[in-house]
Design a protein around this ligand. Structure first.
Ligand SMILES: [Zn+2]
Ligand SMILES: [Zn+2]
Length: 239
């Protein structure tokens, strides 16, 4: 869709359904570029200096300890925020309390603030899939809503069918880093040849150790994808 027409539609929708602050839900003034209220904005930590590989926040010129230890399957990735405090709560509200309007705002943030999306020459946007059982339990896939909106904004193709999650991995929170990678092995597979020679942009809500994104990237590369990049709303701090 033409960007101008899209903006007019968005402005009309914002008039009917006013946009709210991503973290405290206060109604915002009608402005497409605003995502946080004046009170919350100073507390939000955008990632401005980052590891060129995994996108985690590091000080300028520092080496990323995570990427020194792990060889990733993906090419590169970026995230908007550090996963803590208000942003962590906003993602939890989005994911577990069905505050679905946040998904479209996250997509707009990606589109307007992650310049690399244009540099990477993306063919297709792919959300990290949920296992079928988890999808039924939650009723939606939080990454699908963001990825679909991003594909509308950017005109990249969208595919939420061909990458499939075959292992219903339990929550990884309690697992150590090496165990997370072990746990995610062979969790995804690609069901057709649609990604052959394509550059794929994976979309997810949170990147922690990278085990999930890497497992998806491996499945995509096994299916002969050319490059795999990713974006996530937030990322954990370097450990
Ligand atoms: Zn606020
Ligand atoms: Zn890194």
């Amino acid at each position: 869709m033409n960007k101008k027409i899209r903006n007019i539609i968005d402005k009309t929708l914002d008039f009917i359904y006013p946009k709210t602050c991503l973290t405290c839900n206060q109604v915002l003034a009608m402005d497409l570029e605003k995502y946080f209220c004046e009170r919350c904005l100073p507390t939000i930590e955008y990632i401005d200096t980052f590891c060129e590989k995994c996108g985690k926040k590091i000080h300028k010129d520092d080496e990323c300890k995570d990427c020194k230890e792990i060889l990733h399957y993906f090419d590169k990735g970026r995230s908007l925020f550090v996963y803590k405090d208000e942003i962590k709560q906003a993602i939890i509200d989005y994911k577990y309390h069905q505050d679905l309007s946040k998904g479209k705002s996250f997509a707009r943030l990606f589109y307007n603030h992650i310049d690399e999306i244009n540099d990477w020459i993306i063919d297709v946007v792919v959300p990290v899939p949920l296992h079928k059982e988890k999808y039924i339990e939650r009723g939606f896939n939080q990454s699908e809503i963001i990825a679909k909106e991003l594909s509308c904004l950017s005109n990249f193709d969208y595919n939420n069918k061909s990458l499939v999650r075959v292992k219903n991995t339990d929550s990884q929170k309690s697992l150590k880093r090496a165990d997370r990678f072990q746990n995610m092995q062979e969790s995804f597979f690609v069901s057709d040849n649609t990604f052959k020679d394509k550059t794929v942009l994976l979309v997810d809500d949170v990147y922690t150790t990278g085990a999930t994104i890497d497992s998806c990237a491996k499945a995509l590369l096994d299916a002969e994808a050319k490059n795999v990049y990713f974006i996530t709303v937030a990322t954990g701090e370097v450990v």
